[in-house]
Ligand binder design. Structure first.
Ligand code: MV4
Length: 449
């Protein structure tokens, strides 16, 4: 049992966690870096404590600083949010030795799923469909060429310590493999401290579909319906929706059953997300599992009418799952990520927000830590607000989210709202006819602007 939760994060997710923790009656502690001293999460938690300078490695990524903050404030649980320390298995390990409850899965599961090759091999054991690929790490060029020959080009080289698209390379021929392999190894070593690569058949024109799961400490688990996350640019999701416009009830049952079996196989605990690639013939393949709460979790909350963060906290406190085994999906939800960024270059656009008015009303939710007068520090991601709409049908949800975007007023920093409106007005989006290459349509050809 615990009574005071330290939130080892910032921004909208820190507020999101504070809200659920408060609703459950917990005291909350905000930690913050120096440039975040005027950030909203520091004002809305019961207590706040500074953990270092702006650089994440010296504050939000610094385990000793965060655990000192927990000790000073008497916090007996830690919620990591997403990003930062949320998928570092050292964090729950060290929390454990300090007698602090980590609100997330056991470190062993985080370590297993963090190794993307191992996760893939484990999911094969659980009989999940995986993309044809190497049986293990490919150690050198000879092995890579041999494996690629067997699978057939094009193939994709993936960093086992990577994930989320980091350290991936598409390879079309043996010559390209000769050019790319050791570069990819070096890059992976530099980025993740581990050169290990594995190989898969490259699937063109797929869709990114993910399944929210939850497991308790008593062996009960549940898989919810999907989130469609194909609209992304450079592996940053922009628009997510649930249900997917391309998935029918029969397919939903199949893919959630697969995720459910994976969860049972792993004895998975806490919240998690299983990512699948769905090809144009509606074959689905496991890609990776994320052992944290996702940015886009609200769309699942909207269509299932629940609070995933509350469930995650109750779960860490040892409570049993209290859901029907087949939760019923209701209506349609769309999330748009409003980023402070330059429309042309996509570069983050930090600075002072002179004025801010976020939309609201029936069926609209805004998750944001931004306010008028706040100065966005340059150290962190550019997410300003998540606009989330719910309506009985997809068509109505599109209308609602478009209206919400049009009624969002942000002065002082540039945002991607114009881009979001273009996406939502695109005929292929409206038809629900899109894949992971959809955003390629929005790159202006060189020279034009
Ligand atoms: C793939 C793939 C196609 N074939 N693997 C990207 C994130 C990470 N979870 C894995 N990802 C992908 N893995 C195989 N074998 C396509 C993606 C992918 C992607 C690739 C290029 C550009 C955008 C993409 C968006 C989502 C997924």
């Amino acid at each position: 049992m615990f009574s005071k939760i330290l939130i080892a994060n910032r921004g909208e997710i820190a507020l999101r966690i504070i809200r659920s923790a408060r609703e459950l009656g917990y005291k909350t502690v905000a930690v913050y870096s120096e440039p975040d001293s005027n950030s909203l999460h520091t004002m809305l938690a019961h207590e706040k404590i500074c953990i270092g300078p702006g650089k994440a490695s010296e504050s939000y990524l610094n385990i000793p600083h965060i655990l000192s903050a927990a000790e000073i404030t008497g916090a007996d649980a830690v919620h990591p949010g997403y990003g930062f320390l949320s998928e570092n298995p050292r964090f729950p390990e060290i929390c454990e030795t300090s007698g602090i409850t980590f609100i997330g899965p056991p470190s062993s599961l985080m370590r297993l799923m963090g190794d993307k090759n191992q996760a893939r091999q484990e999911m094969k054991k659980a009989k999940l469909p995986v993309i044809p690929g190497s049986e293990a790490i490919v150690e050198d060029l000879t092995e890579a060429k041999k494996a690629a020959q067997k699978i057939g080009y094009p193939v994709i080289l993936k960093a086992s310590a990577g994930g989320g698209g980091k350290g991936m390379r598409i390879v079309h021929s043996p010559v390209q493999m000769e050019e790319q392999f050791s570069l990819a190894q070096q890059e992976s070593k530099a980025a993740f401290g581990n050169p290990s690569l594995y190989l898969e058949k490259y699937i063109q024109g797929g869709r990114h579909i993910e399944i929210q799961v939850i497991g308790d400490k008593h062996g009960n688990s549940l898989a919810f319906g999907e989130r469609e996350c194909s609209i992304q640019r450079k592996h940053q999701k922009l628009v997510e929706e649930s249900p997917s416009p391309l998935i029918d009830e029969r397919f939903r049952r199949k893919i959630t059953k697969a995720a459910q079996e994976a969860v049972q196989h792993l004895n998975y605990q806490s919240l998690g997300t299983f990512e699948f690639l769905v090809d144009s013939h509606k074959n689905f393949y496991f890609m990776e599992a994320n052992t944290r709460v996702q940015v886009e979790h609200p769309i699942t909350e909207m269509v299932y009418g629940l609070d995933l963060i509350k469930e995650q906290i109750k779960n860490a406190a040892g409570q049993k799952l209290s859901f029907p085994s087949h939760p019923k999906i209701n209506g349609h939800s769309i999330e748009c990520r409003v980023n402070a960024e330059d429309a042309e270059t996509f570069a983050p656009c930090p600075g002072k927000i002179e004025f801010l008015a976020l939309p609201g009303g029936e069926g609209i939710r805004t998750d944001s830590a931004a306010y008028g007068g706040w100065v966005i520090p340059p150290y962190y991601d550019s997410l300003l607000a998540k606009l989330i709409a719910w309506a009985p049908s997809r068509q109505e949800a599109i209308k609602k989210i478009r209206t919400a975007l049009e009624m969002t007023t942000i002065v002082g920093v540039k945002t991607n709202i114009p881009l979001q409106l273009k996406i939502l007005s695109h005929s292929d989006f409206i038809k629900g006819n899109y894949d992971i290459h959809f955003m390629d349509k929005f790159v202006s050809p060189k020279g034009s602007s």
